[in-house]
Design a protein. Structure first.
Length: 184
């Protein structure tokens, strides 16, 4: 069935093909599905490192980074393959602090896999593209613990709110970046 808002679904819920990369990045979160997917990709040999990002949050007892790291270790990812960024409090900081860490390591990626919530995929990608303009990103979204995905986001008010809040943030956050992305 076709809906007038199908263009929103296509814009917000997307994924790309995945190829080997230098790092798998997770822009924070208290959803175990994020690290479960990252660990799966790691075990497939698609990247040598996973970089979860996230500081303290009321959603987990520790930092988001520790929460995600512990899941990764439980899933067999070696601790030394999980890089540490445990200060970020929002997606912009996830991106900025991840870049700073990788730059300090002398390891800015030419290719990276971004594992994020399905309805956060577009904003996460745009955010990371601001800081990592030399990096090609591949996006692997996951359905998080809210169960929100492209097939059901429009079926209840709570999920509609999740998606529309993300869509609104894209307009608010990125309008001023557009001139910087245009080659002159």
């Amino acid at each position: 069935m076709s809906y007038p808002f199908d263009c929103i679904t296509e814009f917000m819920f997307f994924e790309t093909d995945i190829d080997p990369a230098d790092v798998i990045m997770i822009p924070g979160g208290s959803h175990p599905q994020l690290m479960e997917k990252a660990a799966e990709l790691f075990h497939q040999g698609l990247a040598p490192y996973i970089l979860p990002s996230g500081g303290s949050t009321p959603n987990v007892k520790t930092t988001e980074w520790e929460f995600l790291r512990d899941i990764g270790i439980a899933l067999g990812v070696p601790e030394n393959a999980i890089l540490c960024e445990d200060k970020a409090t929002n997606t912009f900081e996830n991106s900025r602090f991840s870049r700073q860490l990788l730059q300090q390591m002398g390891n800015l990626p030419s290719k990276a896999i971004l594992v994020c919530k399905s309805y956060h995929a577009r904003r996460a990608l745009l955010t990371y593209q601001v800081d990592f303009n030399e990096t090609t990103f591949m996006v692997t979204p996951v359905t998080d613990k809210t169960g929100t995905n492209k097939d059901n986001w429009f079926l209840d008010e709570k999920r509609i709110t999740f998606v529309m809040r993300e869509l609104t943030k894209i307009g608010e956050y990125f309008a001023h970046h557009i001139p910087n992305w245009v080659e002159r």
